[in-house]
Design a binder for this molecule. Structure first.
Ligand code: ADP
Ligand code: MG
Length: 724
């Protein structure tokens, strides 16, 4: 592209502001109202009551709320905050906040900084402009936000403005969940209850609570901001809808874990500094497989905190990028031809003593427990693979799932050879014939190696056991991890209850150990079809999976239907994670979102073709035509202009094709506009318009390679993907 230079090293906007090095431990968490700060700032009694409410999930009494609000306000003002905001996660997938000033008039020309317990505990934003999927009619505009005490308040700085943010749930006037946090919190409670019951049955004592833990690995692309703003597709939809792959992509395999360039390193440093201040445990950073693709992984945390922190990570990656004249892209497939981005969500559960229940233990008892939780999780994935697939469905992720670098749309579980063998042995009954002692011996002799065995990794699996946790790899990089995590917790809760019931049934007249092994044996036989250790990218697997009866829902409109089956509605209702109306509303919202994302992209593509590509092509066409005519004028009619004629013919042909297909897309979009049934509309877009868009892209990308580089109106992939 002409006249466009990325910011070169000497012109970079960042400067090292620190005069001297400050160790991270000195400022880590300084912008969060952590329990340590609460302990310092609150009277002893108030602190105790507040912590009790947080731990027992009980409402605060007004007096404690007022005291907490006062301390929070004083702390926030010291940090420079002028406003407070309930920070919540509506169904848009991103966060929302409504700011209110602390300053409150107490007379003419006089204000006082005020923040009451009531303001801390509850907010009342107008809910009418957030997606509700039919839960709330526009005339019932009232929505409530309520402080989620289990996630600490924090300071958010944007430019020179500083705000105290209070993590909150968002519910309708009738108490229905309008957000992503409420169902997550409910699912955390559900899985805890079921796991505690199971542990009791297995003979564990003194376990009060079980936590689900998440470690989301965030992938993203970085490109120079100057390039970003030259492409409406990136600005409006996050994906380059046209563009030929660069001559050098990822084939040399020199990017993954490669040396991080100075500009990117400085950016990452700034990102981490911001995250550390917010108490987000950013841990790992590296180059990813594609050029200009990177990853940031925090240390895993309790699910609710991990979800909030993942939102803060995405916000911070975006906002710090601007300071470095970069744009951070979270789209699942911003650049065709090279790897897309996912968010591998690592999931595990642990008890209130910190024991990971998916950790093969050292004692026989631990190993039985491990097997029960492992089988429960695998069973959950087997029974509800369709819901898990739906939970990661989005227009963007459809470009990634099944694209031979990401897991396919078929959900299967990888356990590794060793663990598979152990399950096979149990299934074959080898253990059940043995004495109790031998059952345990087998477990003890084979299992301890499992945790060391994480070299045996299958990168193609959508759901892989990696030693002491499961890694759900189908999650999209731009999506909130809240819903997929809530699904995991809910389906595992159900499986634990189911197994517990079966163990109780079998127990009559037998030892618990025998009953457990018998139940495990029967269950392993039943859930075996979901286990797959081979190559998930192969065509053979697709056939084999079909034979096994595993769902393979390739597009979001089809996948989402799993959310409104009786099976799904029942389980979410039973565990009180989402009522039938609440779950149906999610289905409506996700479907609507798919349509909107599709439409934005299709319009973008159409505009780019009409107002940028065709004019550029026509200019080049004119140059070629003039060249042919003027050469013949100068050299006579026999001059050899065959190359120019061939080029002109090809350019002309491509322009005509681009024009024609674009017209068809426009007509198709007009037709779908008139379709009011959203299911039909989404399916029409996926089946009819999408192939046209693919065809159009093919012509544009061919034209890109033919015409004068100086005339190409868009930054090309090679320009964007190799940051200097
Ligand atoms: P890799 O890319 O090799 O899979 P990373 O180090 O990038 O590994 O990410 C692994 C993620 O898994 C981290 O966020 C880590 O904290 C998280 N994790 C580790 N142990 C657990 C666990 N028990 N439960 C949940 N997440 C975990
Ligand atoms: Mg990683």
């Amino acid at each position: 592209m002409k006249n466009l230079q990325p910011v070169i090293a000497s012109e970079r906007t960042y400067v090292c502001e620190k005069e001297k090095f400050v160790p991270v431990s000195e400022y880590y968490g300084e912008d969060t109202f952590s329990s340590k700060v609460m302990q310092e700032k609150l009277p002893k009694d108030t602190y105790k009551k507040l912590m009790q409410s947080i731990n027992d999930n009980k409402p605060l009494d007004p007096e404690t709320a007022n005291a907490a609000a006062h301390a929070m306000k004083e702390w926030a003002i010291e940090k420079g905050a002028t406003h407070f905001a309930h920070w919540f996660q509506p169904m848009t997938g991103i966060t929302a906040e409504k700011h209110d000033a602390f300053a409150d008039p107490i007379g003419v020309g006089e204000v006082m900084e005020k923040f009451t317990g009531k303001q801390l505990v509850q907010g009342e934003p107008d809910a009418s402009s957030f997606p509700s999927g039919g839960l709330r009619a526009t005339f019932e505009a009232r929505g409530y936000t309520a402080w989620d005490m289990s996630s600490p308040a924090f300071i958010k700085r944007t430019g020179i403005s500083t705000t105290l943010c209070i993590p909150s749930v968002f519910i309708s006037y009738n108490g229905e969940a309008l957000d992503k946090k409420t169902p997550l919190l409910r699912s955390i409670r559900a899985v805890s209850q079921s796991a505690v019951n199971m542990l009791k049955l297995l003979g564990a004592r003194n376990i009060r609570k079980v936590y689900s833990n998440l470690g989301p690995e965030q992938e993203y692309f970085l490109i120079d901001m100057n390039y970003f703003y030259k492409r409406q597709d990136l600005v409006l939809g996050g994906r380059a809808v046209v563009g030929a792959p660069p001559a050098k992509g990822q084939e040399l395999e020199d990017q993954y874990f490669g040396c991080i360039k100075e500009r990117v390193s400085s950016y990452m440093h700034d990102v981490e500094e911001e995250l550390f201040k917010l108490g987000v445990p950013a841990k790992t950073r590296h180059n990813e497989v594609a050029p200009s693709q990177f990853e940031l992984a925090p240390v895993y945390e309790e699910a609710n905190l991990a979800v909030d922190h993942n939102q803060l990570i995405m916000d911070t990656l975006k906002s710090v990028a601007k300071k470095h004249n970069l744009a951070a892209l979270f789209h699942e497939k911003p650049f065709a031809g090279i790897n897309g981005s996912g968010k591998h969500v690592n999931w595990s559960i642990s008890d209130n003593n910190g024991n990971n229940l998916l950790n093969p233990g050292k004692t026989p008892q631990d190993n039985i427990q491990f097997l029960v939780f492992l089988v429960a999780t695998v069973r959950a994935v087997y029974k509800h693979a369709d819901i898990l697939r739906a939970s990661v469905g989005s227009y963007g992720n459809d470009y990634r799932l099944g694209a031979n670098e990401a897991p396919p749309a078929i959900i299967s579980v990888f356990l590794g050879e060793q663990l598979t063998k152990i399950l096979e042995n149990i299934e074959k009954g080898q253990v059940s014939k043995a004495t109790n002692g031998e059952i345990i011996d087998l477990a003890v002799s084979s299992l301890p190696n499992v945790s060391k065995d994480d070299t045996d990794r299958n990168r193609t699996s959508p759901f892989a056991f990696t030693g002491n946790k499961f890694e759900f790899r189908a999650v999209g990089s731009s999506q909130s991890i809240s819903f997929p995590s809530a699904v995991m917790n809910t389906i595992v809760a159900e499986s634990l209850d189911y197994l517990a019931d079966r163990i109780r049934e079998k127990k009559h007249g037998k030892s618990t150990g025998h009953a457990i092994i018998e139940v495990l044996r029967e269950e392993i036989r039943e859930i075996k079809p979901i286990l797959f250790n081979g190559d998930n990218y192969s065509k053979d697997w697709e056939k084999e999976a079909a034979k096994r009866g595993l769902p393979n829902n390739k597009t979001t409109p089809v996948a989402l239907k799993a959310l409104i089956t009786e099976k799904a509605l029942d389980i979410f209702e039973k565990y009180q994670v989402l009522s039938r109306v609440e779950l149906s509303s999610r289905y409506n919202i996700y479907l609507e979102r798919y349509i909107k994302d599709f439409e934005i992209e299709a319009k973008c593509m159409s505009n780019i073709c009409q107002s940028q590509i065709i004019p550029a092509g026509t200019t080049y066409q004119k140059i070629l035509a003039n060249a042919i005519v003027s050469t013949k004028d100068a050299l006579g009619p026999n001059a050899d202009v065959s190359a120019q004629i061939e080029l002109l013919t090809r350019v002309l042909d491509l322009i005509n094709k681009i024009y024609t297909v674009n017209k068809r897309i426009q007509a198709g979009m007009k037709k779908t506009c008139g379709v009011h049934d959203e299911v039909k509309k989404a399916e029409m877009l996926a089946k009819e318009i999408k192939p046209e868009m693919d065809e159009l892209r093919g012509y544009v990308d061919t034209l890109e390679a033919l015409i004068d580089d100086e005339m190409w109106p868009l930054p090309k992939f090679w320009e964007m993907l190799f940051i200097s």
